[in-house]
Write a protein that binds this ligand. Structure first.
Ligand code: URA
Length: 197
């Protein structure tokens, strides 16, 4: 499957009822070979209107966070656990998360990001269902050859001002994680280079 096929597939998806109330599908966006994949929860009102992820107030904060580590949103891939907006921005239901999961899994297989940043508890739960966000946030962990880095959802800072600093500080650790990943892949590449000598 290609990214285009995913975009067409989610647009036609009726595996749960969310498509009935949503205005537009929000499949996700970004480069085809991103180093980082950010995964949020589900589209909100603004995203539902535009068909793009994180374009409302939480998205503005996410862009500020990205800028704080020298990244533009066009350099990272941004997706959500659920691709259609739950009515009234309610939490996605377990059956909706389950129905949408194959799209996220296929996206991850195609994108092959080095680092997956989960934003908020629903995104964390998609990969580490027994973890709580307050304990997991800010601590990178590897699973299946991918490095995961859980963070609070940017919208949490808009509702609970006290979390803003925590989110900002967690974001500032990302360059160090990327450096670690780079040196790891350099180490993995070096035996091959030696064998060419
Ligand atoms: N919140 C999310 O989790 N995702 C979006 O795309 C926007 C807001």
């Amino acid at each position: 499957m290609t990214l285009d096929e995913i975009y067409k597939g989610v647009a036609a998806c009726n595996k749960c009822d969310l498509y009935k109330t949503a205005t537009r599908v929000v499949p996700g966006e970004g480069p085809e070979n991103p180093t980082i994949l950010f995964i949020g929860e589900a589209p909100g009102w603004h995203e539902d209107q535009q068909g793009r992820p994180f374009v409302g107030p939480a998205g503005q904060f996410l862009e500020q966070l990205l800028a704080s580590v020298g990244l533009k949103r066009s350099q990272v891939y941004i997706a959500n656990v659920v691709k259609h907006r739950p009515p009234g921005n309610r939490d996605p239901l377990p059956n909706e998360v389950k129905a949408c999961r194959p799209w996220l899994d296929t996206q991850m297989e195609l994108l092959r990001p080095k680092l997956v940043v989960t934003l908020g508890r629903h995104s964390l739960a998609a990969f580490f269902p027994r973890e709580t966000i307050s304990k997991a946030r800010g601590v990178p962990r590897e699973q299946g050859g991918v490095l995961y880095y859980p963070m609070y959802h940017p919208a949490a800072a808009l509702h609970q001002g006290g979390l803003r600093k925590v989110i900002e500080q967690d974001m500032l650790k990302i360059p160090e994680l990327l450096k670690r990943l780079e040196s790891k892949s350099a180490q993995e590449a070096s035996p091959k280079q030696l064998s060419l000598l």
